[in-house]
Design a protein around this ligand. Structure first.
Ligand code: AMP
Ligand code: TRP
Length: 330
């Protein structure tokens, strides 16, 4: 089986952008690949974090992922910092990574512009750690949202540099996107993200979601109830596309919008209903797993142990190729 690798930061909240842009895909793909998912706490250190909250955020994310349908029999879910090989390999890759390219990464430019007071080296080195995550397991398929494609391409380049200098070692990985690789936020303008506050949380209460939805941007042409609209430019319609069954979508939502047979508020109410049909079973599972702390801890322990063994093997192979083995001892 080919290896799938992906990662997600424990930054405290899962939103429907994560779910429809990435996690749902991980659940579907886990049956076809040897699947690894890492909770990347080392990546999360590149922005200011609260050490007291971190353990709970990691636990919450693990539970959230299992509740979304990550199957502990199919996927090795583990905590990045519990596998030292990731940071080890980062140093090695640092010696191959072109500085200019790291400086040109979109995420580095965005994050350093937003956190002017904390432009740390980790922020710049972030893609190198990501490359190490993927390549230490010789990952080939990397299912992510659109914002991560540049980092996956960078990983492929690092693999190529390493292979040409030290001999074929790593596969050239590929990003795998969903049909909805970029879920727009409730503002209808930027990517849905926690830091922009334009999200719908996976575990948020229904009335909280309704509060946000009822004031969310729609097609600006629909000023009065009777004004017809164009669903293709309406952000609410883009959410309908991921949760609403095909016939309801075309026969009721899209045509109702075009003819003004339904108003924006009715349309949003339908959306809430359909969204809750997806979210309810996830919440139920989440609720039941939250009480099983020991069980979750045991799973993560076992998985980290497996990952350490795989990572050790790759590091041995690399060190040998790079002349880092003390052959004179033999
Ligand atoms: P993060 O929460 O930034 O660690 O992202 C976890 C995964 O969700 C990554 O694969 C991201 O590409 C994906 N993702 C995050 N936000 C969005 C979004 N608004 N639309 C689509 N995918 C997203
Ligand atoms: N940078 C990714 C994000 O913010 C998370 C991540 C870390 C990752 N390591 C990875 C994703 C390896 C895919 C593969 O979403």
């Amino acid at each position: 089986m080919r290896v799938l690798f992906t990662g997600i930061q424990p930054t405290g909240l899962l939103h429907i952008g994560n779910y429809f842009g990435a996690i749902k895909n991980w659940v579907e793909l886990q049956y076809d690949y040897r699947s690894y998912i890492s909770i990347v706490d080392l990546h999360a250190l590149t922005i200011r974090h609260d050490p007291k909250q971190m353990p709970e955020q990691v636990f919450d994310l693990a539970v959230g992922l299992y509740a979304c349908g990550i199957d502990q029999e199919k996927t090795t879910l583990f905590i990045q910092s519990e596998v030292p090989g990731h940071a080890d390999l980062t140093w090695i890759f640092n010696t191959l990574a072109p500085l200019g390219e790291l400086e040109r990464m979109t995420q580095f430019k965005d994050k350093s512009a937003r956190n002017r007071k904390n432009v740390n080296v980790g922020l710049l080195d972030y893609p190198v750690l990501q490359a190490s995550d993927i390549l230490i397991y010789k990952g080939e398929i990397v299912p992510v949202g659109e914002d991560q494609v540049q980092h996956v391409e960078f990983t492929r380049e690092i693999a190529r540099y390493f292979n040409s200098r030290y001999g074929k070692t790593f596969p050239e990985c590929q990003a795998r996107l969903t049909h909805t690789p970029r879920i727009t936020g409730l503002d209808g303008a930027s990517k849905m993200s926690k830091s922009l506050g334009n999200y719908i949380g996976l575990m948020e209460k229904e009335d909280e979601i309704w509060k946000k939805l009822s004031v969310a941007k729609t097609d600006p042409a629909r000023v009065r109830r009777t004004d017809p609209g164009n669903p293709e430019i309406c952000n609410i319609y883009s959410y309908h596309k991921v949760v609403t069954p095909e016939t309801e979508l075309s026969d009721y939502i899209a045509s109702g919008c075009r003819s003004a047979a339904i108003g924006c508020l009715d349309c949003k109410r339908r959306l809430l209903n359909n969204l809750m049909k997806v979210l309810d079973p996830i919440r139920e599972e989440y609720g039941s797993l939250c009480g099983k702390r020991e069980y979750v801890r045991e799973l993560l322990d076992r998985n980290a142990e497996h990952c350490r063994a795989v990572a050790r093997q790759t590091m041995l192979e690399i060190k040998e190729k790079m002349g880092l083995t003390a052959v004179w001892k033999i």
